[in-house]
Design a binder for this molecule. Structure first.
Ligand code: ADP
Ligand code: MG
Length: 395
């Protein structure tokens, strides 16, 4: 089921008396293609849950419209939308067995949706198999691990065969190992069922690893949409570049002057045709190449050997962070007795941002983001054809 959000805004009265209203979600427009897994990503408080709850119908937008396929569902109550919801805390019924927990949503179906007892039990078995719980059906939630409990919650969300599956930080309560395992599980279940799935998380690695497409949010506003690798490789602003990647991107104060890009007094790259201005220069840790004649000179602090790679910690007076971390090939020739280390920089791993508005400054050799990948074409297809239609009408 394709899901479309059109100019959705949600304004809450401030929880503090007399405070300004909170714009939790601001003019959110997005088309989620049918059958994909979308990661909704951003720091705590950026409006992810509010967006998800509006898709579910648990919260009503202050303005804007929501479509499931061709149906406008903005005014449709949650139980009629055909959604499955999974939260961070599993919220299972503790006195019921796994089977009873999964069965519960089916027993509440009314009218023409009502199912026979046998059909219900068959469906429960089928879904239990999908989440690999068929051998635990008679246990109570307290007799299971966190990961298993979350699988019960997912089964319960799937049992009514939802058109859209919504997951709000479903892995946050699990320990590191289970988190990894359960996220693979979610990916597999999504692939097998083909249900359009929206996965909310503040964890960039989690979102990047399982999503077909990520949506990065900040303060209620979409910053960038794209395939995970594409967004990582081609961030549109400083915020997105800093939010994605571990170890994080290194940020330097720099400037464009006379058509050249500088960090301190060192000329880092050509910037022909660009106006003089103050900039931030982001360099991914993997963007450094050790070179005794390199363009950027940092003060060497320490190194950590990680097998295949070496991680080098240094500092630089123009660095926005206390340390500059690079990850270089373990076969690089490095003079560890020297106080300084010099680098050349891979162009594709360096991004320049206007210091005033923190927007990316694109250079000729940069490819533009939103490269016409399949999803993005699908994403913009509708708005494009709408634009074409209105252009035709104007004629
Ligand atoms: P996230 O899920 O990304 O952490 P939320 O969607 O929960 O963010 O919240 C977005 C913003 O809206 C936050 O500033 C939050 O405090 C505010 N907010 C959320 N729900 C309410 C509410 N019921 N009343 C007032 N403010 C709210
Ligand atoms: Mg939330």
């Amino acid at each position: 089921m394709k899901v479309q959000l059109k100019n959705i805004t949600k304004i809450f009265p401030n929880r503090k008396k007399g405070g300004d209203p909170v714009v939790a979600v601001n003019d959110f427009t997005l088309t989620i293609p049918d059958g994909k897994l979308i990661g909704l990503l951003g720091p705590s408080g950026c409006g992810k849950s509010t967006t998800l709850y509006m898709i579910s119908g648990l919260q009503k937008p202050s303005s804007g419209e929501l479509y499931f396929g061709e149906d406008n569902v903005t005014e449709i109550p949650p139980e009629k939308r055909g959604i499955g919801l999974v939260f961070q805390n599993y919220a299972l019924y503790p006195h019921m067995t796994v089977r009873q927990n999964i069965l519960f949503p089916l027993q509440n179906l009314k009218g023409e949706d009502k199912m026979s007892k046998n059909d219900m039990l068959d469906r429960v078995e089928e879904v239990a198999k999908l989440v690999q719980l068929e051998n635990y059906m008679d246990r109570k939630p307290s007799e299971m691990s966190g990961g298993q409990q979350q699988r019960v919650a997912i089964a319960r969300a799937l049992v009514k065969m939802p058109r859209v599956l919504l997951l709000d930080e479903p892995l946050s309560n699990l320990d590191a190992r289970l988190r990894l395992q359960t996220r693979e599980e979610i990916r597999r279940i999504q692939r097998e069922t083909g249900i359009t799935t929206i996965f909310v998380t503040h964890d960039q690695e989690e979102a990047m690893s399982i999503s077909d497409m990520i949506v990065v949010m900040k303060l209620g506003v979409i910053q960038q949409v794209g395939e995970p690798q594409e967004v990582y490789d081609n961030p549109v602003n400083l915020f997105v570049s800093k939010f994605l990647g571990t170890p994080p991107i290194n940020v330097f104060n720099g400037r464009i002057q006379g058509g050249k890009l500088y960090i301190g007094e060192e000329e880092i790259a050509d910037a022909r045709g660009k106006d003089d201005m103050e900039v931030y220069i982001g360099i991914r840790p993997e963007g450094f190449i050790v070179d005794p004649n390199g363009k950027l000179t940092c003060n060497f602090e320490s190194r950590e050997v990680m097998g295949r790679d070496v991680s080098i910690v240094s500092n630089h007076p123009e660095s926005a962070n206390p340390i500059v971390r690079s990850i270089v090939d373990s076969e690089s020739h490095i003079d560890f007795d020297s106080d300084t280390i010099r680098y050349n920089i891979k162009k594709s791993k360096m991004f320049v941002f206007n210091k005033e508005n923190e927007e990316r400054i694109f250079f000729d050799e940069d490819k533009l983001p939103y490269h016409l990948t399949q999803y993005v074409e699908e994403l913009f297809h509708d708005s494009l054809s709408a634009d074409l239609e209105s252009a035709q009408e104007e004629k």
